[in-house]
Design a protein around this ligand. Sequence first.
Ligand code: GLA
Length: 728
Amino acid sequence: MSIQHNDQTHVFSLTTAHTLYQMKADANGVLLHLYYGRKTDGEMSYLIRMTDRGFSGNPYEMRGSRGYSLDTLPQEYSGSGVGDFRLPSVQTVSENGSRSVDLRFVDFAIRKGRPALRGLPFAREAEDTETLTVTLRDSVIGLDVQLNYRVFPGEDVIVRSARIINTGKQPLRLEKAASACVDFLYGDFDVLHFHGRHCMERVPERLRLPRGIASFGSRRGMSSHHSNPFVILCDRHATENAGDCYGCMLMYSGNHLEEMEVDQAGSTRLVSGIHPDGFSWTLAPGEAFQTPEVLLSYSADGLNGLSRHYHDMIRRRVIAPRWQEDRRPVLINSWEAAYFDFDAEKILRFGRAAKDMGIEMLVLDDGWFGKRNDDNSGLGDWVVNESKLGCSMKELSDRIHEMGLQFGLWFEPEMVSEDSDLYRAHPDWALADPDRKAMLARNQWVLDMSRQDVVDYLFDAMCAVLDHAKIEYVKWDFNRSVANCYSHALPADRQGEVAHRFMLGTYQLLERLLARYPDLIIEGCSGGGGRFDAGMLYYCPQIWCSDDTDAIERLEIQRGTSYGYPVSAMGSHVSASPNHQTGRAVPLDTRGIVAQSGTFGYELNPGKLSDAEKEEIKKQIADYRRFAALIAHGDYYRLTELNDGRDAEAWMFAARDGSEALVNLVLTHVRANGPFPFVKLQGLIPDAAYRLEGTDRTYTGAALMYGGFSFPLKSGDYAAYQLHFTRI
Ligand code: GLA
């Protein structure tokens, strides 16, 4: 039983393998947060102290107890306007204009399995998943909030969401609906958040939480390159391998906000959910709003420990079961090889060369449909351009399959070009304010995915292509931020719903396509990694990590991504040198080692490779096949601390049973007469002996973990090392 309720004290205890989450409905019906952290025994309510803090008032019924204030008590889901002056979790506007929400405990239920989350991605339940639903009520405005807590003991994750129901007789307008609120009574936290830009996603930045409010989020209609919906609160002294770390990951791909407030007494409130800016949702009597889920986790074993919880959670409970065990194909993508300049013969030449090197799938990127010879036209017209290809898609696909390769295609479903038949036929299908020209980006507009007719059109158009030719893979792109988020299908007072309805439309389309093509791999993409989140990972087992394919830049991008997401989800390819984005030259073996820590593939013109390079690629692919299971399913460790000023980046994979390990190190700066690169390994069995592949040297796990390993010096830019240890 991972969820327990004490009838006497009204304490709820949620336990995972290593953690305890505790809360209590007090005598006033306020649902108090007691504790989240390393497993303890017994009740943690002794941690709550009360004192009369000036300017923190008391609920009317507690007027005799001046120490009892909603402003200072730790709460599970904060209301608004009734005396808690910290961040609200929910904000409503009643018919009479009142904006107050005062939530009190009504009842609870404990069930096996999951509550239905209609239209949204969710964590897939395990055998032992239990759900606690606690209902809070504001009987004045007629509002119920059902807080759902789903406990995943094996992954050390607690999944929260809220269902907000209008139980009154008048319509209610919802202006904020967070997925979760966690109040940490004590702690001195740093926050790690993941900012970025196109071509440099998920850059970790570690900051001391200031007094007041710090917030990160996206209003771009997508989870964004600029701010990932994942934050970590960690002890100020936490390192990669030690210290308290809390993660908060929103399972959502649209606008989001992560807020942290350190209050007058040093307590920290964390609130995560859909971004309230621009959001408003009308709830008629009886209607409900379901928030996305948020994945919470705690580790005492530092940032690496926390990352491993998320890796397990995503690999087992987010990625579709179809792709949890199977190795994804090694692919070659046509984008950096040809951009828009190709015909079928050229693509077939790529295919033949790729097949010779051991590549398993060919992906035809942008440019195969409509009038699309550059990025100014054609989006929305998902009709094969046979005159450009010189044949039908079926003929091309058949010939690729005859070579023994699988075949994939690029789509950008949610977009439309002004210069397209779709836009000419349905100008009202694009998001745009009335009487205003919408913002263009990459010369394209955004389709109104909140409309069912748009979703239906896209489903039919994509099925027509996927039914006509054999296609095993789709790259699903999304190449601009959403502005002018106005739907011509909704009335004026419901425009605040468009951004979220947009995401529901996208999720519905993904859901329907996967129901029809259960073996299709959909790789998410958004100008690289602009929509890399747990919501998309529910549908897409892999997401293109960045349009920056420079291996040295990728070290940073993939490291930043690894804090929350497993390498098995990171789309990563070997591209040409000098690199197309940076002009940097990087040795082929280094490019291979970096791309190997991902889904692995190639993004270059094989016709331009020398014979020696082709031979090296054959070996890379053979090595990848050997290590693929360890990389995809092993425990991942960052071996270098963040921004430690060293000239190397190192990381490793250790089999959970301690049987083998793969260690990678890339020199980011070569120095004359420099120190030997050095790391301490992780995840080995201390008293087991390991042989280093290619040598007859053996080491104990203890020696490699406590004494470490030093590498010989190498000269030349960006040298890499890869070591494989096997237990003997
Ligand atoms: C985006 C993707 C690229 C490529 C282009 C095609 O930028 O991230 O990989 O598919 O679109 O236009």
